[in-house]
Unconditional design. Structure first.
Length: 344
């Protein structure tokens, strides 16, 4: 029986990897991954022979783990025979059970989607009591390719490299890319996959309704994300980021009818409403704009920004910069021209 100080730590890491059904680990992989985690935890590395002894030890008293050896592409891989097996067990308190159940119920609003069937099995396995949901959010069950949500969620959570076959709205021809998936993001009732291209590491996004085929590539080494993706979206509305564009200070006026709506549901996190002296200054500068309120946001212009500003119609007028004002003016003019042709 191993008596090293870090033996329990090694068992924990091995337990996680041996129950993993999304990667194929041989003894070299298990040793490498275990040593990476040991170093991160401040422990010294161990030899492959040590890991071999650890695995053999798990097969006997007190653990009695059923471990199978199998071959993939010429490699002799190792895993638990039962993926649900673990050498660590802990009873949940009622408070923990309720919290986990609510989290599962929230995720479970994707009921019926492929690869989310494990939620029900997980609830049963934990012995959680059924109760009504207390959190609900918007979900479009008719979204094309929404069945890919479960597949991609699975790949991201298990850090599996993915091959995407996709098309664009302007070109129906199928293209493919080797992709390291990092995040599923919802915007305007549409889901997007954010990740990095394997070829150059560039961060890209793909709308799920334009992805045709998803193929897992567990034999490829997954490259974790080295940046905070949340910060990537701080300066934009939506998901489209033009890295060659600068942040713009956008000043706009909102009518009395919509000012409270905009004030309590900001268009962007940087939104500011002007009051007192600054408000009086703008009213002198724009005397034709009666009542209402003046706001500003600081973000990088993109398609989603223009569409959001246009969505308020006559209730919102962009005052600066002129480039965004022109974009909106041209869109409204094009719309007017189209209606003029079909209007009876």
């Amino acid at each position: 029986m191993p008596t090293n100080k870090n033996a329990l730590t090694r068992y924990k890491y091995l337990d996680e990897m041996l129950s993993d059904r999304h990667h194929f680990y041989d003894i070299h992989d298990l040793t490498e991954k275990c040593n990476e985690k040991l170093i991160d935890a401040g422990f010294p590395e161990v030899s492959q022979r040590c890991i071999e002894k650890d695995i053999n030890y798990l097969e006997y008293d007190p653990f009695y783990a059923e471990i199978e050896r199998y071959r993939v592409n010429g490699h002799r891989c190792i895993r638990y025979k039962n993926p649900s097996f673990t050498i660590f067990r802990k009873e949940l308190s009622e408070e923990e059970s309720n919290l986990i159940l609510e989290v599962l119920n929230t995720i479970g609003q994707f009921d019926g989607l492929a690869h989310f069937e494990w939620l029900d099995r997980f609830k049963i396995g934990l012995g959680l009591k059924k109760r009504p949901r207390i959190i609900s959010f918007s979900n479009n069950p008719y979204l094309q390719n929404s069945n890919l949500l479960g597949v991609l969620f699975d790949n991201i959570s298990n850090q599996v490299v993915t091959k995407l076959e996709y098309h664009t709205f302007t070109d129906k021809g199928t293209r493919d890319i080797i992709f390291h998936p990092y995040l599923l993001k919802q915007y305007n009732n549409r889901w997007y996959l954010i990740g990095a291209a394997d070829a150059d590491g560039k961060i890209l996004n793909f709308a799920l309704d334009r992805i045709d085929v998803v193929t897992a590539l567990p034999e490829m080494k997954y490259k974790p994300c080295n940046e905070n993706l949340a910060e990537r979206f701080e300066d934009i509305i939506g998901v489209t980021l033009y890295e060659n564009r600068d942040v713009e200070h956008i000043l706009f006026w909102v009518s009395n009818h919509s000012k409270d709506y905009v004030g309590t549901k900001p268009i962007h996190g940087s939104q500011c409403q002007y009051k007192n002296e600054k408000d009086e200054e703008f009213r002198r500068q724009y005397p034709s704009l009666d009542e209402g309120a003046f706001f500003s946001i600081d973000c990088i212009p993109n398609y989603e920004l223009i569409r959001e500003l246009c969505s308020f119609g006559k209730e919102l007028i962009v005052l600066s910069p002129s480039s965004i004002q022109d974009d909106i003016f041209n869109r409204i003019k094009s719309m007017l021209d189209s209606y003029s042709v079909v209007r009876i």
